[in-house]
Design a protein around this ligand. Sequence first.
Ligand SMILES: C[S@@+](CC[C@H](N)C(=O)[O-])C[C@H]1O[C@@H](n2cnc3c(N)ncnc32)[C@H](O)[C@@H]1O
Ligand code: SF4
Length: 350
Amino acid sequence: MLLYLHIPFCDSKCHYCAFNSYVDKFELKEQYMKTILTQLSNEIKRFNLLENSIESFFIGGGTPSTITPKLYEPFFSLIKPYLKKNAEITTEANPNSATAIWLQGMQKLGVNRISFGVQSFDEDKLKMLGRNHGKKMAIEAINNAKKIGFKNISLDLIYGTSQDTKKLLFKDLTIAISLRIDHISAYSLTLEDNTPFINTPKVQNDDEDLAYWFINEIEKKGFPQYEISNFGKKKSKHNLGYWQYKNYIGIGSGAVGFLENRRFYTDNNIESYIKNPLLIDEEMLNNEAIKSEQILLGLRSIVGFSKDILTSCEYKNVETLLKEKKLTQLNDRFFNTNYFLSDEIALFIT
Ligand SMILES: C[S@@+](CC[C@H](N)C(=O)[O-])C[C@H]1O[C@@H](n2cnc3c(N)ncnc32)[C@H](O)[C@@H]1O
Ligand code: SF4
């Protein structure tokens, strides 16, 4: 079982980002952190949660570092008995708000993995993306996390922007590696609706060769790719859990949960969520939808998918792909050889 907590606050809104977060409404922070307790208590019952059953807890956003460790305390107290002894507990953090004091406070609560939103170390690129930190602040935040004793540090980079050249990306990567981090998430810039970038498509650079080159460089630095956007020997248990189609509890406004064949959606609107955190939409997934998701998630990652979910017609298509070396096989599972082609391959199979 996985647990996700959504923090829908950011200090400022980046030009590319469509995630559910507010840059005002900070007066709701305290109330929000109380409301999530009501929803969590309810989900503990709905999921019939057993003690020591959560293998991974991920705090994402928005920006989790906009909330003080003190405000997280009650949530950690409530969830503690349900966490496995060696649970991976990650928080996302932004360089401008992840101060040494904040990082220490989160470590005290039990957080053992930090995922920093760095995006780039290039000042011009950071400005163009609308980030509210510079290179120095990002390096300082990561160094602080190291000094405090975090043994599992990841950072997010964005590539595929109009500013990107081999030289710039190589420099970003070199600085990242010099910080002795454990994991990299590298996202290709997507143009999302309701963001400033949707009106300026020229900010995107969809040069495939550059993308393949960058991924290869990340791997060459000793960070094997294990999903389209994720790299490292220390894989994120949480991310892997999603791709392995494990159940997950989603807490907070705009969070999603999943149990066997049901998906749960909380209210995206923070005020409505605070008013009634138990008003949750439910979607039933049929077997076909579950299979398609399992194939697609498996193709995008090292997880792969199993032979026994395929019809004979789908299996024939898989055999064609095996002959073309687009898939490999180990026992009764199939694996993708090029994650960038996942969508096309999934379409071909089903
Ligand atoms: C949920 S965000 C939260 C992280 C944190 N708030 C931060 O920005 O530092 C997770 C990551 O998604 C990536 N991301 C968000 N929108 C994106 C987009 N439109 N294209 C590519 N990557 C995106 C960014 O790398 C970001 O760090
Ligand atoms: S990228 Fe992170 S900081 Fe920027 S708006 Fe999105 S969630 Fe907030």
